[in-house]
Design a protein around this ligand. Sequence first.
Ligand code: G4P
Length: 198
Amino acid sequence: MQLLKTKILEEGQALSDSILKVDSFLNHRMDPVLMHEMGKEFKRRFQEEKIDVVLTIESSGIGPGVMAALELGVPMIFARKRKSVTLTDDLITANVYSFTKKEANEIAVSNKFISSGDRVLIIDDFLANGQAALGLMEICHKVNATVVGIGIVIEKAFQDGGAKLREQGVRVESLAKIEALSLGEITFVEEREDAIHE
Ligand code: G4P
């Protein structure tokens, strides 16, 4: 998605050879116009699929997740990482270990909002090692919901999350794929598809 790549080049900062800082439009301040365009692009990429619900994870997945849901005309659920006093239903949980943050989180979704037979589109902001997406897939499998696909805003293609998910046969669509980072430099994976659609 060219608009996103331009924004990454203008405002993103490669902090090291593995971390991209994009807190001016995605991880802290959010750009609603760009988010809306992302929602439209996710809809375009998954338009032939029947989708009942979008599933994401707090906090940075919520922006792109809700915009995709708005465009698809379905509800959006975000998995919680922290216990909520109002989350009193039976919970479906999965354990997610973050290699980036070196911490484990139990993520949870109420069983009221996702059920057997639901066709789920998973959305997240970053794909690094794939642990968050795998945890969301586990939640879907626990209730016999079908994962229609995974939509990612920024995939770090030099980490193995994308390969892990695609090996499982799930369709992964990333709006921007980063081939490499080095201090101050960002390189994208060249994709012919971009030229066709944009
Ligand atoms: P994984 O799910 O693909 O395995 O990723 P990982 O655990 O390594 O990532 C943990 C957190 O760090 C996630 O956010 C993820 O979005 C974020 N992250 C990973 N790589 C980068 C990066 O290069 N740049 C930025 N900006 N974030 C990255 P989180 O803990 O869920 O945070 P939030 O959603 O509450 O903001």
